[in-house]
Design a protein around this ligand. Sequence first.
Ligand code: SF4
Ligand code: SF4
Ligand code: FES
Length: 582
Amino acid sequence: MATVSINGVNVKVKNGTNILKAAESIGLKIPTLCFLEEVNEIGFCRLCVVEVEGVQDLVSACNTPVKNKMKIFTDSKKVIDSRISTLQLLASRHRFDCWVCPKEGACEFYDMLKTYHVEFEEFGPSKGRNSAKIKGLGVNQDQSKCILCKRCVSVCAEHTSTRVLKFRDEDGLNPVVSPTIGLSFDESGCIACGQCISVCPTGTLFEADHLAQVEELLYERENFNVAQVTDEVKTALIEEFDLDKNLNLEKLEEMLNEALTMSGFDMVTNVNFANDLTVLELASELHTRFNTGAPLPLISSVCPGAVNYVEMYQKNYVDYLSKVKGPHTLLGTLTKEFLSEKLEQEKANVKITSIVSCPARKTEISREDINDVDAVLTIRELVRLFRKKEINFKELSGVKQDSLFSKASGAGSLFAVSGGLTTALIRTLYNVIEKKELDELEFDKLVFTEHNHAGNFKELKMKIGGTDFRFAVVDGGANMKEFFKLMDKKKKKYNFIELNACSSGCINGGLMPYNFEETVQENMMLRANLIYNDDRETKEVRKAHLNLSLESLYEELLVEPNSAKAHELLYRNFSQKDIDNN
Ligand code: SF4
Ligand code: SF4
Ligand code: FES
């Protein structure tokens, strides 16, 4: 243990603890910008500097370990002056348009400038400020706002393993963080997980805008606008609108339904219904592949970020991806092909908007064989829409969804949490193979808990129909990279692999709300528990194949899982994608 004095207060901490953590232990929050625990601890921005007695230069608190008897000052004049100079320099390169900034008032940089009351002289483009705007189907970048903190560079390298965003400074005069020079994010190998957006302390990185398009769709009187909502978005509402933490998912869904109707949508459907359908098709696809000796493992294609990852970085596994469309695109197809007729709407007038937590779903709807979803809004864009419509979300009492595509089982709810898709699949696969119901509905190894989310991957072996079925769940690009390497090296055999581009699954999508008050871990548990409680306590049926609305859909349209009609409407193809990731 080391004993140090911080602003005159003695504190005992473990050897090796950095000054930032030592200060935190006595309730002192030293400001940081580039620091991101366990991801970006490079001491680059120098905002966290403190004075150490006997040391001439200020030291960065985020990556300097304490030493026994160290005397530290976090608020001396020298420290505050240095922080202000650092902020002045950063601000002079930054373009301010806070009122339209995608950061939506949750800007760490702005808060810092306000805290220190920073005045500065704007350098403007003429004095070397970067001004490039880089496009992508999912992720966009406005370099005029970048403060070069490198958080995104570290996340893209460490979490996602794709190394799309890089710090470049060839002549030592024009530093920039960007994807491959001259190329879009997609061409540079971006899988659109959005994790870089979630860590950027400014509005430099943001999702491709679909809100303007949705507003146009809503203005057009002939249109019949349908909003498709996902569970991860419902779990975000408590944080986004500062709602009572005891509200359950059903209530949140009703409030969201009301707000969407007030915004001009004619109908709201539930992506969980399509999740149930996906489970039935997946179970049949896996069973058929198993019976016919077709190549296994079957790799889930529910997460579009993971699909992008496989197509770009694990090309040998492209043929192993499940051909079933992603749930929200599948629901779009069914709404246009089936529901429109029932509602006596012209198919061409039915316009579909999905509401999700990540930019990868924006890339998904621009695939060649995906034509039925017109736009994808993230929760941030949705909040912007509600604000423009002057909806006071907190005051809504909620209205139940009432469409043919609103009823779902507990299994359908689970898709938002890592391991949930596999759990849902096992519940139905067992029925498909054993022709009887499975009693056990949860599997400890797959349940998301505080201690069961951060490992490299989760595995489960289960005897079904006399055969050992092996399942794996892998979250995050870096873990996927390691997993595929290990599987190839050790020739490990799996029947089914669930891939999620984001750790913890969609509840940690790159565009979930920013929340600095709670730790990330607490947020994830709050969101995951909403989902689990919905499955365990609210839903009457917890298995996808027991969803009665699906029965009528198969009777009237699809015949049976894996049928020719199902293939015509619900299946798609994949291809290897070349990228230039330099
Ligand atoms: S979206 Fe993901 S893959 Fe793309 S640049 Fe950001 S972190 Fe990297
Ligand atoms: S894009 Fe954002 S996270 Fe990346 S270096 Fe710039 S300010 Fe930092
Ligand atoms: S936060 Fe410590 S150097 Fe940037």
